[in-house]
Design a protein around this ligand. Structure first.
Ligand code: PGA
Length: 254
């Protein structure tokens, strides 16, 4: 049984004050939820405050949206794994399509981040997904395979169990256009098969694969009940406590 993992990717949103008021209402909203792992990845500036407010909560885990793979040094503007660990960050999003497209991250860079995350006992959430042009050209499976093989190179089966994959079709991110549950399930099953090829079936069966791209309370239940969909990575709809809580309830047992 794979425990569902539902993560908020706040991107470049939410001040410290907004984070505090979000958490106050969010905690009430999810009081009765069980059986789902919840992660919030705020911007770096709100991590310390959120860490303090969560106080080591088992129910809500802290995530970061990015980090740099070097240990320390002359990397102006970057944040290390050690800095994240100091704040009790547990998960780190790696290879988000916005990092790939806007900040030029390649599969090779992303792979270094995945390996560095494991070396520091951070669990990477590795994002993969095709663009609209790639899907229209019938290349989505090929793209997924390249990104997975590239991003996961050198990752051991043991480390794979501590890796979350997020399938996020680029054309569905922030567009209001969700993949149908059948399209998503198909991509997730393919992702699991690629992971089995990189390790073994028993390992692949335990790896959690999130769907991301315009997940909302209205479509969450159907997506989250597909056999190979083990959670969600939520952008826009995670900025409001009630809507994020509704998505979590759609995936959890109440
Ligand atoms: P969205 O973003 O939910 O706003 O589409 C998802 C993501 O980019 O992780």
């Amino acid at each position: 049984m794979r425990k569902k993992i539902i993560a908020a990717n706040w991107k470049m949103n939410m001040t410290v004050a907004e984070t505090e008021s979000f958490l106050e209402s969010f905690r009430l909203e999810i009081e009765d939820v069980t059986g789902v792992e919840i992660v919030i990845a705020p911007p770096f500036t709100a991590l310390a405050k959120l860490s303090e407010l969560l106080g080591g909560s088992q129910k809500i885990r802290l995530g970061a949206q990015n980090f740099y793979f070097e240990k320390s040094g002359a990397y102006t503007g970057e944040i290390s794994a050690t800095m994240l660990r100091e704040l009790f960050v547990k998960y780190v999003i790696v290879g988000h399509s916005e990092r790939r497209a806007i900040f030029g991250e390649t599969d090779a860079i992303i792979n270094q981040k995945v390996l560095a995350a494991h070396a520091s006992e951070l669990k990477p959430i590795l994002c993969v997904g095709e663009t609209l042009a790639e899907r229209e050209a019938g290349k989505e499976k090929q793209v997924l395979e390249t990104q997975l093989r590239g991003g996961l190179a050198g990752v051991t089966p043991g480390q794979l169990l501590d890796t979350v994959i997020a399938y996020e079709p680029v054309w569905a991110i922030g567009t209001g256009k969700t993949a149908t549950s059948a399209q998503a399930q198909d991509a997730h099953a393919h992702t699991r098969a690629v992971i089995a090829g990189l390790s073994d079936q028993a390992t692949a069966d335990k790896v959690r694969i999130q769907y991301g791209g315009s997940v909302k309370p209205a479509n969450a239940r159907e997506l989250l009940h597909q056999p190979d969909i083990d959670g969600a990575l939520v952008g826009g709809a995670s900025l409001e406590a009630r809507s994020f809580a509704e998505i979590i309830k759609a995936g959890g047992e109440e």
